[in-house]
Every structure is written in structure tokens, then in C-alpha cells.
Write a protein that binds this ligand. Structure first.
Ligand SMILES: Nc1ncnc2c1ncn2[C@@H]1O[C@H](COP(=O)(O)OP(=O)(O)OP(=O)(O)O)[C@@H](O)[C@H]1O
Length: 240
């Protein structure tokens, strides 16, 4: 069953075409990756899914709901962790979870989330005092506090050291094992290879390839790995 369906999504800012007919669907229970060069339109795509941006054309459906007209219902079904989320410096970990939990009628259990994400020992730590890895764990916890069926994670491991990245990958797999469908925007080929069941490669606002990581490599005869395939499938300098 498709949990997210996107068809013919188009978006422009002034003269600049950012999305040029993006179509893809994400199946229930999968970790679906979106890869693409800087400025390719990845974040714009997931923001349209979350109802945070209004496309100029095309359709988005999340669990059968339209993010444009059923925004509140979509918000309840989705957990969103966007790039560089920033919280007030003095906000403590438990306060952040409590605050976000108050946005939902039926939130997940904050204590269980803190435990599952290894944040139990940092309940009283202020946001500014958290390491990069702990901030990411908190942002995952906040994306899950509404007990969502679908989680959108955008550049989750950017800026993390290799240990923290691997720990975060483990957490994302655990999230999926709880039955949550994950839409993951990433720049990292190893992350896509390790985590994603399928990957859409977006280049200049179009889906140029969509397959399993292994299938993408096989689709490019000269490619020895996903990075080779990515370079062959995409163009440099999507940012104008
Ligand atoms: N509000 C806006 N006004 C004008 N241009 C915008 C706006 N938001 C995004 N853009 C432009 O749209 C293009 C696509 O942006 P988007 O953030 O979707 O790309 P991305 O693939 O997520 O890039 P990155 O990998 O660098 O995060 C970029 O060139 C960006 O500068």
C-alpha cells in the first residue's frame, strides 16, 4: 500500500523552476531515500508532502489525505524533522518533549521515547549543552512524539561524527521496525545504501532514477558503487 503518493509536483520561485514534475510513491513500512545534488529540490519536495509549501501544480497524498486541504490531519499523521532544527538554548530535553507532546491529542509516551532514544540520562540538560549527536536524537524524539505513521527526516546526520551517524542509523532502523514509514533526505551515499529500501534520485527538479540502492548501481554499467551511479545520473551545480 502506498503511504505517500506524489504526482506531477511542480514548484517555481519567480523564474527558477525548482520542481518540474516530481512523481513517486512510498510504500508502507519502507525507508525511502531522496538523494540529489544541492538545490535539486529535495527539501521542497518533502515540505510539499508535509503541507509546509504549496506546490504550483501536481498532487500529494499522505495516507489518502491532501496536505493542502487536510493540513491538520496530515500534521497529526506525520512526524517531521527538518534541516537544522533549532530550539531555545535553555529549553531542557524533557521540556521540549513535553511542549511538543502538548500539540497532539494522543502523543507517544515521552518517558518511553526518552528511554528508547538513550536520552534518559539527559532529561534535564539544556538544548545548548547537548552534543550534536544528542541534538539529533532529540530531534528524532520530537519527530516521533506525535506517534506518527510516517516520519520525514531531512539531512539527519549532517555534521555528526561517524559514531553518532551509526547510532542515528540504528535509531532510524528501530523507528521503521516500530511500523513507521520513513522518508529520508540525505546527501550520504553510505547512509542511503545502509538504510534505504528504495531511493529516488532528484536532479534539477525531476526524478531521474528510482530503484533499490543495488538496482541504481546496476543501472549504470560503469558504476562500482552508489556514488558512481549518483555522479553519472546527476548534473553538477543545481544551485543558481
Ligand atoms: N523560499 C524560496 N525562495 C526562493 N528560492 C528558494 C526558496 N526555497 C528554496 N529555494 C531554492 O530552490 C532550490 C531548491 O531548494 P531545496 O532546498 O528544495 O533543494 P535541496 O535539494 O533540498 O538542496 P540542499 O541539498 O542544498 O538542501 C534552491 O535553489 C533554493 O535556493
Amino acid at each position: 500500500m502506498a503511504v505517500i503518493e506524489i504526482s506531477g509536483l511542480a514548484k517555481r520561485y519567480g523564474e527558477r523552476v525548482v520542481l518540474d514534475g516530481v512523481s513517486l510513491s512510498v510504500e508502507s513500512g519502507e525507508i525511502f531515500g531522496i538523494l540529489g545534488p544541492n538545490g535539486a529540490g529535495k527539501t521542497t519536495t518533502v515540505e510539499c508532502v508535509a503541507g509546509l509549501r504549496v506546490p504550483d501544480a501536481g498532487r500529494v497524498s499522505v495516507l489518502g489525505l491532501d496536505p493542502r486541504t487536510q493540513r491538520d490531519a496530515v500534521r497529526r499523521a506525520l512526524g517531521v524533522q527538518l534541516q537544522e532544527s533549532q530550539l531555545p538554548d535553555k529549553l531542557k530535553v524533557w521540556e521540549a518533549l513535553d511542549l511538543y507532546a502538548s500539540f497532539y491529542e494522543r502523543p507517544a509516551d515521552p518517558a518511553a521515547l526518552l528511554r528508547d532514544l538513550g536520552l534518559d540520562g539527559h532529561r534535564r540538560t539544556a538544548y545548548a549543552k547537548l552534543s550534536g549527536g544528542l541534538k539529533q536524537r532529540l530531534s528524532i524524539a520530537l519527530a516521533l512524539i506525535g506517534d506518527p505513521k510516517v516520519a520525514i527526516l531531512d539531512e539527519l546526520t549532517t555534521g555528526l561524527d561517524p559514531h553518532a551517524r551509526r547510532e542515528t542509523w540504528r535509531l532510524v532502523s528501530a523507528v521503521r521496525d516500530r511500523g513507521v514509514t520513513v522518508l529520508l533526505v540525505t546527501h550520504f551515499m553510505d547512509e542511503a545504501e545502509r538504510l534505504c529500501d528504495r531511493v529516488a534520485v532528484i536532479d534539477r527538479g525531476r526524478v531521474v532514477a528510482l530503484d533499490t540502492p543495488g538496482g541504481l548501481v546496476e543501472s549504470v554499467p560503469t558504476a562500482a558503487n552508489l556514488e558512481d551511479a549518483f555522479v553519472a545520473l546527476t548534473t553538477e551545480g543545481n544551485v543558481s
